[in-house]
Design a protein around this ligand. Structure first.
Ligand code: FES
Length: 360
């Protein structure tokens, strides 16, 4: 075949492909689809987009930290019918149990069938979008900032101590999740503790671009890591880095309730300069005999002149706790810290039911 024939053939193939793509778009995006949530709420949506987009267009805000790229695994919902086949991009995020139950990543489910039935918890349905203003943004240490947002619309939020919200990065339209560091009684303002991650989309935005007075969007609240309010068990909290944020929310909430349960906090960092909110925690400890607070440094610097606990955070726990029985454990920090802590706690007789954790 000469060059001219090849060029004609390639042009023809490109032309046909373009016509098919345009036809698929025009036909696909015009079809009206019924989206049913929990067999109660019904919405008419257009085909062609994703379930995640259809939900947010109808003001149902589920967690979506990667902005729908299929890389965070946060946007799980149960699709009872009409979701099509599980895509290869979902495989890594779905357990066998998830697949049996019909759990899918909403950002990977294409809206194609006439009716799509979705089940989700009432808690998820309660999540809303909020417009908020930055009222405090200040350094806590060399790489972490304290952020306070004032809610403008709606101007109050209900949440449980330990839960998180998502902050939208403008221009990228992607969300990132951050634990709320304030107690639920503070309904019109939310506190956050945000560490700078080099090249991290939202942390770069918050650390380098955000200013006091800026107005941003958040969604939430989310998460099943929160204080068990119907329990009267004493609690032990273990945190590292910005894992102090939900623990602060829990401890401040307990304080407001009169600190009727013993609460012991263990917080770890590499060196002294990694320890956040130390003064506030120490002040709480001084005022409330039921609250004890221990710092563990994994690699104290020579000029830290550290004489306190060193090593793994969980190794310090048995040194201060007479018993681990009948207690609740709240763990928040990086995955390696949580995994190591869970293993040590279980080795010391703590059952899975006693442990609540949030890996970030
Ligand atoms: S939004 Fe991140 S996987 Fe769906």
């Amino acid at each position: 075949m000469d060059l001219q024939s090849v060029l004609i053939l390639v042009s023809l193939l490109v032309g046909i492909t373009l016509v098919l793509i345009i036809a698929d778009f025009l036909i696909g995006s015009n079809q009206k689809i019924l989206l049913r949530i929990n067999k109660e709420k019904e919405f008419t949506i257009s085909s062609g987009g994703t379930l995640l987009d259809a939900l947010s267009e109808n003001k149902i805000y589920i967690p979506s930290a990667c902005g729908g790229k299929g890389t965070c695994g946060h946007c799980k919902v149960k699709v009872d019918s009409g979701g099509g086949e599980i895509l290869p991009t979902e495989e890594n995020f779905l357990s066998l149990g998830d697949k049996k139950e019909g759990v899918r990543l909403a950002c990977q489910v294409k809206i194609r069938e006439d009716i799509i039935d979705v089940s989700m918890s009432e808690d998820l349905l309660d999540a809303q979008e909020y417009i908020a203003e930055v009222v405090v943004l200040e350094d806590l240490n060399y790489d972490t900032k304290f952020l306070k947002l004032k809610l403008l619309s709606p101007n109050v939020i209900e949440f449980k101590p330990g839960q998180y919200v998502q902050i939208l990065v403008p221009g990228y339209e992607e969300f990132r999740a951050y634990s709320i560091a304030s107690p639920p009684s503070q309904k019109d303002m939310l506190d956050f503790v945000i560490r700078y991650i080099p090249k991290g989309l939202c942390t770069t935005y918050i650390h380098k671009a955000l200013r006091i007075g800026d107005v941003i969007k958040i969604t939430g609240p989310y998460g099943d890591f929160y204080l068990q309010e119907d329990s009267d068990k004493d609690i032990i909290c273990l945190a590292r880095s910005t894992g102090i944020a939900p623990i602060r929310s829990i401890v401040l909430h307990l304080k407001e309730r009169g600190m009727t349960r013993d609460a012991h906090g263990y917080y770890s960092g590499r060196t002294k300069k990694d320890i956040l909110l130390d003064d506030e925690m120490k002040a709480l400890e001084e005022k409330h005999p039921n609250f004890k607070y221990y710092i563990v440094l994994s690699r104290p610097a020579p000029d830290d002149n550290w004489e306190g606990e060193t090593g793994y955070i969980t190794d310090a726990v048995p040194r201060y706790e007479e018993s681990l029985e009948n207690k609740e454990f709240y763990l928040c920090g990086p995955p390696e810290m949580i995994d190591a802590a869970m293993e040590t706690l279980k080795r010391n007789g703590v059952s899975e039911e006693q442990i609540f954790f949030d890996k970030f």
